[in-house]
Structure formats: structure tokens, C-alpha cells
Design a protein around this ligand. Structure first.
Ligand SMILES: Nc1nc2c(ncn2[C@@H]2O[C@H](COP(=O)(O)OP(=O)(O)OP(=O)(O)O)[C@@H](O)[C@H]2O)c(=O)[nH]1
Ligand SMILES: [Mg+2]
Length: 460
């Protein structure tokens, strides 16, 4: 997924947030990327709850309208006592906030661009506004938009209330113990993990997710915990296109030069919206079946063929993928596009058909909730993170029990107990799920013809 970034400067975002209580802004729509049309506006912004418009012009104004109500093309005049218009310009410290004249005007909920009477956006599907001061809201054109009616950008953000939503729950929705002993225990459990099938010594886990969701960082983080210091073997960072372009199978070792853990993490290229970019479905199936070798260079326009370099001809059970882990950025759940969700649904279907267990790592919880950024121990106490996990579970069609909120190491220099504990819990859970893959293999082998093979295969 290409990352759609906000045009709001840090300073303007702060100013905008000062108009509310404890809220977070989620970019839903950016006209320069999605198109300056009423149709795309409605596709992305209808039924999203409270939203705020940020329109930009050449005079340096950022201005727009807030509504607490849904856009829904009801063709009605929507009354909204919370609606207001606002404007920010370089010259003023505080944003101008304009409530409606009668204290309850909102907008006309038609098929066109957002229409607040005094300000109408995306007029005729163009980057233009109509300004009619006095119609519902009163202001001077100079104050609102410097009399410049041509937009250089137009964005809509969902305004998520953290005032209630950002509170801490009375009881955590999952229990985690944040102690050194637990961390040690988890590390030992992971190090001593043994697949129940004798011919397989390592669980092979595939990491798949949109560009920049934290797949490579997850491997780096796990490796760091077991090394005892920060490592960055897998290239990670921020880019519009996937930084990881090779299929990489990483072994984690316990300590420098230590024994490999019974865990191989397979890092893939990020998923992108368009069919020809990012990880390809055919390659994915080859990976599942164990045909793809380490360092295979992904090429979405030419998936791996049986005669290609890097094609493993006769893979055995140990080469196959034993557990599928989706890696999704918790700060971008609302922005997962239909195309990405379709790709994920197709992958999920294939993964189900192949009886591979599936889990979701919901990364960057520190960026999603300030209470978690303050103290990671709040991860299962934050009602916002709980809400995000539920939202992700329903978007992906994966049970909530399979969604694991997570924080990777990203800019830290030193290891941190809480981060380690959350990471180790995730790995333990992944290994538990991997067991069900091996159990299925056992069942498949459970025929009279295979009884001897099963006896030989099973670890006794
Ligand atoms: N704050 C925070 N940042 C994170 C977390 N996980 C990853 N990041 C940052 O997010 C950015 C992208 O992470 P990567 O690990 O490169 O993501 P990726 O999924 O491998 O991306 P591609 O290989 O490009 O598809 C990096 O700048 C990371 O430091 C997290 O849990 N919290
Ligand atoms: Mg990567």
C-alpha cells in the first residue's frame, strides 16, 4: 500500500487539535491522491462519524469545516450543533473558529462535495470552493481564506475521540505479566520449542503485510531480544514502495554466534494496492509450498517459475510455511483501502485452503495511543487499542483472539523489559498456532497406509 501522508504541518496539526478535547486525526481522503471529485469524497468519507476538512490554498490558509455527523448522501439538511468552520494562517497563533449563526446549522448532505452553505467544497469536481459568508456561518473572506478560492490540496480526517475512547479500562482485556521472570520463562519456552513432527526442527513463519507495516522490524526486534542488544539485520525504514524486495528467511540465534532458535521468520515484500506492484499471489503460493529460496528477488511482473533461479524443486515439510502472520500498522487501520483488503482476503482464502494457521500482529501501538506511548503496560488497558483490534479483526475476518497488539523496536538504543515481554508473548502465541499446522499434518498422515510413516515421523 502506498502511504498517503497528511499535508498538515506539525504546527497546524497542533493548532487543529487545540479545537478539540483529547482526539486523534485519521486521514481518510486526500484529493491530490484520490481525486478531486465528489464521488471519491463520498466513497472515502461517508459513514465515518465525526470528520474535519482541511482545505489548503496558495495564500497559505488551511481552513475547513467540522461535523460530528455522518456524510451519507441523504439529500437532507443536517442539523449539527457541534459543526463549525475554522481557519488557520501563518500570521495567527490561534485558529479562527466560526460556529453557525443559529447554533445548529450543519451541512446539506447531497451527492456533491461537502456543502456548509457558507463554504462549498469541490465545486463541479474541481479544486475550487464557493464562499458565501453569512449563509449559515458568518466570517470575512480575508480571515477565512484570504479571498483565494482555488485549492492546492483538500483533505478529510476522521476525528476520533480519545476523551472517552482514550481512557484506560478498569481491567485489561488480556492478561500479561510484565516481569523479568516472565520474560525469561517465555524466552526459555521459545528456545526449547520442538515441532511435533520429527523431520522439522524449526517453525517457518511468514510475515505478510502492507508496505511499512513493520515486518522487517519484527524480525529485527525478536533478534535483538535474543541477542541481548539492538540489531538491524533486516533493512527497515520508511518509503512509499517496499524497502524489502527479496524473500528473506531469517534464523534467530540465542546470543551472538549462538544456537539457532527453532524459529525461522520469512520476510516478504510489502503488499501494494495495484495488481502489478508489491507481493504477488503466485509468488505467495510458491512460498507457502516451500519452492522459494532465501534471497529470491521478487518481481511482481514475472512471478517465480519452476525453471527460474531460486526455485526449490522438491520441497519437504520443513521448507513449507507453517504459520502465516499478517503485519498491520495500528495507526493505519482506518486507511486500509478496499484494494488492500481485497488482496488480504484473497491471501486469507488461499491460506485457509492450505490449512495454514493465521495470526495478526497489530504493530506500532505506541504510535496509535498516547497512553500506550507513555507506558506500554497500558496496551491491554487502552480502550482505543481494544477498539482498533476489534476493527482490524472485523476488517480482516480473523477472530479477535488472533490479533496481537505489538510494539517493535524502532528508534531505541537499549532493550526495554516491557517491549521484550510483549514481543516474546507474540512469538509464543505464533508457536502455539504453528503447532496446529503440525497437528493437521499428523491427521493427514493418520491413515492405515501412513501409520508406519507417522510412527517414524512423530517425536517420541
Ligand atoms: N513507533 C513504531 N515504529 C515502528 C514499529 N514497527 C516499525 N516501525 C517503523 O516503521 C517503519 C517501517 O518499518 P519496516 O519494518 O521497514 O516495515 P516493513 O513492513 O518491513 O516495510 P517494507 O519492507 O517496506 O514493506 C520503520 O521506520 C520502523 O522503524 C512500531 O511498533 N512502533
Ligand atoms: Mg521490510
Amino acid at each position: 500500500m502506498s502511504v498517503v501522508t497528511s499535508n498538515l504541518s506539525v504546527e497546524n496539526e497542533k493548532k487543529l487539535l487545540s479545537l478539540f478535547g483529547h482526539v486523534r486525526l485519521h486521514l481518510l481522503y486526500k484529493a491530490s491522491v484520490h481525486g478531486y471529485t465528489a464521488t471519491t469524497f463520498h466513497n472515502r468519507c461517508d459513514h465515518q462519524g465525526p470528520t474535519i476538512i482541511a482545505a489548503y490554498n496558495n495564500e497559505g490558509f488551511v481552513f475547513g469545516a467540522y461535523t460530528a455527523k455522518d456524510y451519507a448522501k441523504t439529500q437532507q439538511n443536517i442539523t449539527d450543533e457541534k459543526a463549525f468552520l475554522y481557519s488557520m494562517s501563518a500570521g495567527s497563533d490561534k485558529p479562527l473558529k466560526v460556529a453557525s449563526n443559529d447554533g445548529q446549522s450543519g451541512f446539506t448532505d447531497g451527492d456533491g462535495g461537502p456543502n456548509y452553505g457558507a463554504l462549498v467544497f469541490l465545486v463541479d469536481d474541481e479544486p475550487d470552493i464557493q464562499s458565501n459568508p453569512g449563509t449559515g456561518f458568518t466570517f470575512t473572506p480575508e480571515q477565512m481564506h484570504g479571498d483565494d478560492l482555488t485549492l492546492t490540496e483538500f483533505e478529510v480526517y476522521r476525528v476520533e475521540d480519545l476523551g472517552g475512547g482514550g481512557r484506560l479500562l478498569a481491567k485489561p482485556w488480556r492478561k500479561i505479566m510484565w516481569t523479568d521472570e516472565i520474560k525469561l520463562q517465555l524466552k526459555q519456552d521459545i528456545q526449547s520449542y520442538k515441532p511435533v513432527i520429527k523431520s522439522v526442527s524449526q517453525a517457518k513463519v511468514l510475515l505478510v503485510g502492507p508496505v511499512g507495516s513493520g515486518k522487517s522490524s519484527f524480525f529485527n526486534s525478536i533478534n535483538s531480544v535474543f541477542r541481548g542488544n539492538m540489531t538491524s539485520q533486516a533493512v527497515s525504514g520508511s518509503a512509499v514502495r517496499s524497502l524489502t524486495t527479496q524473500f528473506r528467511t531469517y534464523s534467530v540465534t540465542a546470543g551472538k554466534g549462538g544456537k539457532p532458535l527453532p524459529l525461522i521468520l520469512c520476510d516478504t515484500m510489502g503488499l501494494e494496492e495495484t495488481a502489478d506492484n508489491g507481493l504477488d499471489m503466485e509468488d505467495l503460493v510458491s512460498i507457502f509450498k516451500g519452492h522459494v529460496q532465501d534471497r529470491y528477488q521478487f518481481s511482481p511482473s514475472a512471478p517465480l517459475q519452476a525453471d527460474s533461479n531460486g526455485y526449490k524443486k522438491d520441497p519437504t515439510l520443513k521448507d513449507k510455511i507453517h504459520c502465516m502472520v499478517y503485519v498491520i500498522d495500528s495507526t493505519k487501520i482506518a486507511l486500509l483501502s478496499d484494494k488492500i483488503l481485497e488482496k488480504l482476503a484473497a491471501i486469507r482464502k488461499k491460506t485457509n485452503q492450505m490449512n495454514i494457521p493465521q495470526l495478526v500482529l497489530m504493530t506500532k501501538v505506541d504510535g496509535a495511543c498516547p497512553l500506550v506511548a507513555e507506558d506500554l503496560k497500558n496496551v491491554y488497558l487502552s480502550s482505543y487499542i481494544q477498539k482498533k483490534a476489534q476493527e482490524l479483526s472485523s476488517k480482516l475476518g480473523i477472530p479477535l483472539a488472533c490479533v496481537l497488539p505489538l510494539k517493535n523496536y524502532s528508534q531505541e538504543i537499549d532493550l526495554d523489559l516491557d517491549v521484550d515481554v510483549l514481543l516474546m508473548n507474540a512469538v509464543k502465541q505464533i508457536l502455539n498456532y504453528t503447532d496446529s499446522f503440525f497437528d493437521n499434518q499428523e491427521e493427514e498422515m493418520d491413515t492405515p497406509h501412513n501409520a508406519k510413516a507417522k510412527y517414524e515421523e512423530r517425536v517420541v
